[in-house]
Design a protein around this ligand. Structure first.
Ligand code: SF4
Ligand code: ZN
Length: 294
């Protein structure tokens, strides 16, 4: 199997794209894909200060690596944030790997320890660990980014994360999450920092190949609390049968949500009679007044 771009020995055939690439060409290919998505969804604007949250795992390592690679051309700054969750035997390794990664990439690593707030994830009841951990991470990264003047917070969510999240929420009838799971979610309050997901349409496998090709450090073991995720297995199964499923799914989901948002924004205006918010020229109340006023 030869590399489609340079003819050298290919390391992998990428079924979703129908091409085989060598490790050097793969690095360029992956970075082009991420750059294209960043431009397409206006994920990062020129001059923004990005706070990239890294756990030491392959996805966030890939995210930091690619953001640093693209930062000059796309005109943004990037620093990393690692949150020490206090998980015995795991957090120490995550922190050390994150440090190593930042040193290698020449990026400033900011560190927050949950212990400073008087507890650790190990102290939470087993049943509630992951939900508490999610709360902790969202809270600490938002606060840290705001207090230190970052414009956006970047997380390493992948297409698998988006799809499994979609299924779980859709099936439990929870639809309000969806607007929040876009490549870029604008802040709606001065205390909330805009969130971005630069790997929104990248798969875990693409990220893994990128960190391997670039020899970026990452922690291969997963968190001891990580639940077995059947939805992910289902998503992998579909991708195996229908290569390209994941990418098309998330791209169309983003397109749909963004169009809906645009329509919603467009359709709002002010009533020409009373000035209240309405979706038509004259609001429903004024129509009633006109109709029934004696
Ligand atoms: Fe936190 Fe570990 Fe659960 Fe992930 S698996 S949310 S790191 S406790
Ligand atoms: Zn090549």
């Amino acid at each position: 199997m030869k590399c489609r771009r340079c003819g050298r020995k290919a390391i992998e055939k990428l079924k979703a794209y129908g091409i085989a690439l060598c490790s050097e060409c793969y690095i360029g290919f992956y970075e082009e894909l991420v750059e294209r998505s960043i431009r397409r969804f206006r994920v990062i604007k020129r001059g923004e200060r990005v706070l990239a949250c890294i756990s030491g795992g392959k996805d966030s390592s890939a995210m930091l690596g690619v953001l640093v690679a693209l930062s000059e051309r796309l005109g943004f700054e990037v620093e990393a944030l690692h949150i020490d969750l206090g998980i015995k035997g795991y957090s120490d390794k995550s922190r050390e790997i994150s440090k190593k990664l930042c040193e290698m990439l020449g990026v400033e690593m900011n560190l927050v320890s949950l212990e400073e707030f008087g507890f650790t994830i190990d102290g939470v009841e087993r049943r509630k660990v992951c939900s508490a951990c999610g709360t902790v991470k969202r809270y600490l990264m938002n606060r840290y980014a705001r207090l230190n003047g970052f414009s956006v917070i970047a997380t390493g969510h992948t297409s698998e994360d988006v799809i499994t999240f979609f299924f779980k929420n859709w099936l439990s009838g929870n639809f309000s999450w969806s607007e929040k799971f876009l490549p870029r979610t604008e802040s709606f309050d001065e205390k909330i920092v805009t969130r971005i997901r630069p790997l929104y349409d990248r798969s875990e496998k693409e990220n893994m190949l990128y960190v391997l090709c670039r020899k970026l450090p990452f922690l291969a073991e997963s968190c001891p609390y990580a639940p077995q995720d059947e939805w992910k297995e289902i998503v992998y199964y579909i991708e195996g049968r229908k290569p390209g499923f994941k990418r098309n799914f998330v791209l169309n989901l983003a397109k749909y949500l963004l169009e809906r948002e645009e329509k919603r924004k467009e359709s709002y205006g002010y009533c020409k009679l009373c000035g209240e918010v309405t979706t038509s020229d004259v609001c429903a109340f004024c129509k009633l007044v006109e109709k029934y006023k004696k």
